[in-house]
Design a protein around this ligand. Structure first.
Ligand code: G6P
Length: 616
């Protein structure tokens, strides 16, 4: 999510740190900051805004003479983008500075403990507990390096969650870095070394890179790199990176979109991480529900891909929580004479950017009706979160490709969590709740299986699909919105005319268009009711009878389907309500490879489209 960098050497640290930060700007961020170790101690410069603004502030104030320092680009997760929430964070005494990428799940209890010991906190971040914990472990011994390393280890042993951190300390001419579930690399130079969350950050300086392993802790000085894991010294190979900076930004993928589809399992994990602890789901919002009362109904408002996610969310919440959900396109809701008794309705705006003008207007209108309002968004501090009473954040991280992919999957995860959220589902028996939760926890692995095992077949079928100018995507129930999302993605990036349609509705019009030149992608994974699968098979037979080729999305082991279709994309079998996750990953890949096969498509920036539409 965020980007972190560090430098230790003989050159001026500040320009190198700032240049490294500029190299990871492409990931998207809201604030930036640096900490340099100078003769006067740790000097910190940070603010909301762009690296360039931070640079300006620093160069306008004074020159800083330092040979080591750390830097950070923040993508807010705990606390809105602001100067105080920006990294680096310090302990109360200015001894330790930390930059962090990841999420500390138990920071609230640690913060309470540290407060009771007299520590003072200035930010709302989870990160700030780390420098305080490290400071607690310092014992003023003569061996500063050993002491700092041990204090960092002790602090890390208290954390649950994910982190890549770089620690700078007053009086120490090196840096300490560590990682758990977040990437971290060391760039090896000549009498200087670099640390970063991403390879592009160091590529201008060196192509010699050490990838730290899970659980590694490194002490990096200008002429040495010491790494240990589980208390024992380890050796990690140095590799030569053959990438250009542009290649590296995309992590070796040709497009951001493909990289982001490959990040879908992580987006699921990171979204769950914030809200699931043991067998408890805590979304941390106050829906105004007391005692045994329940939300009477939910109104969802959204545009574009988020609208299809919400449509899927309607099925999920109605199935799991048995709460009625009404869904409106924000642009339509704004101009309708809607009849609404706001007192009994929770209005939810679903918007990955939190800035879509139509959705913001709809949110304001729902507020005027007296609804309790919730923003479901990927961007902390975005306009939607400032308008709504409550916010729920998806953990997709910055998304660069204009066509939403991992943010869509993360939105689905929030709907599963909402459907299982205890106050909403007073009626779901504990055993069923636990079964659903277990299945939800399997979703990162299921998504990864699609990426690993279906990708080859999908590329093959994409070659076939790319030859046509029109396509239909059909599904039923919880997978109808996924068919619509599949069609939207295909049209956005490949410019093939595609329509997502309810399978049972084709016969009421679109049949007139079916020929051997209109392939149909049909979602045939099972759902709670066997009936839906049978009905889908029936629809497929009708489509075939009209001469249209059919590509099915079906589960591993479903041999029946082979008899009726021209090609099959296999996805792992899931508990019925969860099939939208693997199906989405498969359809995102299908759209991507089809566009790639067509050639001439600007996949990351499709013509006429914008990532965030801030006009009505
Ligand atoms: C734009 C984007 C779409 C997105 C829609 C809604 O049109 O190109 O990918 O689905 O806006 O965006 P939101 O940020 O509100 O989810």
């Amino acid at each position: 999510m965020c980007g972190i960098v560090g430098y230790v050497g003989e050159r001026d640290a500040l320009p190198i740190i700032l240049q490294s930060l500029k190299r990871i700007e492409y990931r998207g961020y809201d604030s930036a900051g640096v900490a340099c170790i100078t003769d006067n101690g740790i000097e910190v410069y940070k603010d909301k805004g762009k690296v360039d603004d931070v640079i300006e502030k620093i160069t306008n104030s004074k020159s800083i003479s330092a040979n080591s320092g750390i830097g950070h680009c923040r993508w807010a997760t705990h606390g809105a983008p602001s100067k105080t929430n920006a990294h680096p964070h310090l302990d109360g005494e200015g001894e330790i500075a930390v930059v962090h990428n990841g999420i500390i799940e138990n920071y609230l209890s640690l913060k309470e403990e540290l407060l009771s010991q007299g520590c003072t906190f200035v930010s709302e971040t989870d990160t700030e507990v780390i420098p305080h914990l490290i400071n607690r472990g310092l014992k003023n011994s003569v061996n500063v390096e050993w002491e700092l390393k041990e204090a960092v280890k002790e602090a890390l042993s208290r954390l649950t969650g994910s982190y890549a951190i770089i620690v700078a300390a007053k009086g120490f001419d090196g840096l300490v870095a560590a990682r758990k579930e977040s990437p971290l690399i060391i760039g090896v130079g000549d009498r200087e070394n670099f640390i970063a969350s991403d390879v592009p950050a160091v590529l201008e300086q060196t192509t010699r890179v050490i990838y730290l392993d899970e659980g590694d802790l490194a002490v990096v000085k200008n002429d040495s790199v010491y790494i240990e894991n589980g208390g024992a010294e380890v050796t990690r190979a140095e590799r030569l990176i053959p990438w250009t900076i542009e290649d590296a930004e995309k992590g070796g993928y040709e497009h951001f979109m493909l990289k982001e589809i490959h990040e879908e399992p992580k987006a699921i994990t990171d979204t769950l991480r914030g809200y699931v602890t043991g067998d408890e789901i805590t979304l941390g919002i106050d829906l105004g529900i007391e005692g045994d009362t329940k939300v009477k109904s939910i109104l969802m408002l959204a545009c574009g891909t988020s609208y299809y996610a919400a449509l899927c969310g309607k099925h999920i919440i109605e199935t799991l929580a048995k709460v009625p959900v009404q869904l409106e396109l924000a642009s339509e809701f704004n101009y309708s004479d809607f009849v609404l008794d706001g007192a009994n309705v929770v209005a939810m705006a679903i918007t990955q950017s939190g800035e879509t003008a139509d959705t913001l207007m709809a949110l304001k209108k729902a507020k005027r009706y007296g609804c309790k309002t919730v923003a479901i968004t990927n961007v902390v501090g975005s306009s939607a979160t400032r308008i709504a009473d409550e916010a729920i954040y998806t953990g997709a991280g910055p998304e660069i490709g204009v066509a939403a992919t991992k943010s869509f999957v993360a939105q689905l995860v929030i709907f599963y969590l909402l459907g299982l959220q205890k106050p909403l589902v007073a009626k779901l028996p504990d055993a069923a709740f636990l079964e659903y939760l277990e299945e939800l926890r399997r979703m990162p692995q299921i998504a990864r299986l699609v990426l690993d095992e279906a990708n080859g077949d999908i590329q093959k079928h994409a070659r076939y699909l790319s030859k046509y100018d029109h396509a239909f995507f059909v599904g039923r129930g919880v997978n109808l919105p996924i068919a619509m999302e599949g069609a939207l993605k295909l049209k956005e990036i490949s410019y093939i005319h595609a329509e997502g349609y309810a399978a049972g509705e084709l016969k009421h019009g679109p049949f007139a268009l079916l020929t051997e030149d209109t392939p149909v992608v049909a979602i045939l994974t099972h759902q709670a009711s066997q009936n839906i699968y049978e009905k889908m098979l029936g629809n497929v037979k009708e489509i075939k009878a009209r001469g249209a080729p059919v590509i099915a999305i079906a589960e591993e082991g479903d041999e029946e389907v082979e008899k009726y279709v021209d090609a099959v994309i296999r996805v792992p079998r899931t508990g019925a309500i969860f099939s939208p996750i693997p199906n989405t990953v498969a359809l995102h890949l299908l759209a991507y490879w089809t566009a790639k096969e067509r050639g001439g498509c600007e996949i990351d920036k499709p013509r006429n489209l914008a990532k965030s539409v801030t006009v009505e």
